[in-house]
Ligand binder design. Structure first.
Ligand SMILES: Cc1cc2nc3c(=O)[nH]c(=O)nc-3n(C[C@H](O)[C@H](O)[C@H](O)COP(=O)(O)O)c2cc1C
Ligand SMILES: C=C(O[C@@H]1CC(C(=O)O)=C[C@@H](OP(=O)(O)O)[C@H]1O)C(=O)O
Length: 391
């Protein structure tokens, strides 16, 4: 399975083409729209999210609600496009009047965004040519792709769920849950996707304060995947290690700067006896572990325990509060470039994190258990699990 995305933030639409989705998977637009709506929510989002009502169009690869095995094309229109038809026009500008009509060039890079380095790299004098594609608007179609992966995984009894652990230094303390279904419901009902209601209130206050101060804040999200067979991925080559692929996918999300599995960086401070997960076996369940400190991975392969992966998101770069930068035309120092912006997008990013993790796992499963049909994958996993249980 692979996918490509295309589209600018204020262009007409975002597109993704998914190749290698097995045939016979039930798929309707609503499966994807639910995930798109989840990504749009969350305290701290800016005005753009009031303009957009993300809805997918499935344009190929599905017939009468089932995948065909052929490439699946998904499109999400940008409702904001109607305000940008001139600025984002495809045709060359014809006259100076046209140039007058479109907005001023962007020559003042925002520290922390892709503006300056992207302009130097691609030779753009108008940094709109960078920000249009570096914008996290692109995560819309990554969530659409992830929704298809999640649908595939749910057919195989695999659940993916995410939530927010920390925003602006406020940490969730009480995050115990009995099942992933409960986790999903509780995070869905929280305006910041946090299981600890008291912490959620403090997180919202921190977001409001950051907004009032013209500042922004980041945080930490967690994704859990349950129902996995042991042995997905491989230790035999660096680019077959599934934990490495998931780490890359998390850090590929705009503004994500770090990743950890299980107890993560805490492992540096504990002796091995308090890190490695002791192995147990019984007739009914086969092999299992007493703990899950390593977050579901050994040797780049799933252990059969839930995958627990966290990612850290830095604060949003666009600030109303002045930060020093340099105008690339005049080389004059200036302070602050004011654009409409989110003040915190950590809750939305947790939905993106679920999507990218779901994609990597679905891809690894298809690689290992069969690429053609969903029923074949199911059969192969059932016999694999049986063999692993008695191994
Ligand atoms: C869901 C989401 C929403 C975001 N919204 C904004 C925003 O409104 N303004 C902004 O400057 N950056 C926003 N970002 C972050 C930038 O896209 C990101 O910092 C930029 O692409 C530079 O990439 P890097 O931070 O990974 O180096 C958002 C990120 C995510 C995941
Ligand atoms: C559009 C989305 O996020 C955008 C991500 C983003 C950025 O710089 O990453 C900047 C903002 O765009 P705009 O300047 O149009 O307000 C966000 O709204 C979205 O998440 O769908």
């Amino acid at each position: 399975m692979r996918y490509i995305t295309a589209g600018e933030s204020h262009g007409p639409q975002l597109t993704t083409i998914l190749e290698g989705i097995p045939a016979q998977l039930s798929l309707v637009a609503e499966d994807i729209n639910e995930e798109l709506a989840r990504r749009q929510k969350g305290h701290g989002r800016g005005r753009r999210m009031q303009i957009e009502k993300d809805q997918v169009q499935i344009l190929s690869g599905v017939r009468h609600g089932k995948t065909l095995g052929s490439p699946v094309t998904l499109v999400v229109k940008n409702d904001d496009w109607t305000h940008w038809t001139k600025v984002m026009g495809i045709e060359p500008l014809e006259s100076e009047q046209d140039e007058e009509d479109i907005k001023r060039k962007i020559t003042r890079p925002r520290p922390g965004h892709a503006d300056l380095v992207g302009a130097i790299k691609y030779g753009h004098r108008d940094m709109r040519n960078v920000l249009e594609r570096s914008s996290a608007r692109e995560t819309t179609v990554r969530v659409a792709a992830g929704a298809v992966a999640k649908k595939l995984l749910s057919e195989l009894g695999i659940t993916v769920a995410g939530h927010v652990l920390e925003i602006g230094g406020v940490k969730a303390e009480n995050i115990s849950y009995n099942s992933l279904e409960e986790l999903k419901e509780r995070s869905e009902n929280s305006p910041v996707r946090c299981l600890d209601e008291a912490a959620a209130q403090k997180m919202m206050a921190a977001i409001d304060q950051a907004k009032e101060d013209g500042d922004s804040i980041g945080g930490v999200v967690e994704v859990i995947v349950d129902g996995l067979p042991a042995g997905i991925g491989s230790y035999t080559h660096y680019d077959l290690k599934l934990d490495a692929k998931i780490a890359a996918a998390i850090v590929s999300i705009n503004a994500f700067k770090g990743v950890e599995f299980g107890i993560g960086f805490e492992a540096a401070r504990r002796p091995g006896s308090q890190v490695h997960d002791e192995i147990i076996w019984n007739e009914e369940d086969g092999y299992s572990r007493k703990t899950n400190n390593l977050g579901g991975f050994e040797g780049g392969m799933t252990t059969g325990m839930p995958i627990v992966v966290r990612g850290v998101m830095k604060p949003i770069p666009t600030l109303y509060k002045p930060l020093q930068s340099v105008d690339i035309d005049t080389k004059e120092v200036f302070e602050a470039s004011i654009e409409r912006s989110d003040s915190c997008a950590v809750p939305a990013a947790s939905v993106v994190a679920e999507a990218v993790v779901a994609w990597e796992i679905a891809q690894a499963i298809v690689d290992q258990f069969g690429k053609d049909r969903i029923d074949q994958i199911k059969e192969n996993i059932a016999s694999w699990n049986e063999r692993a249980r008695n191994y």
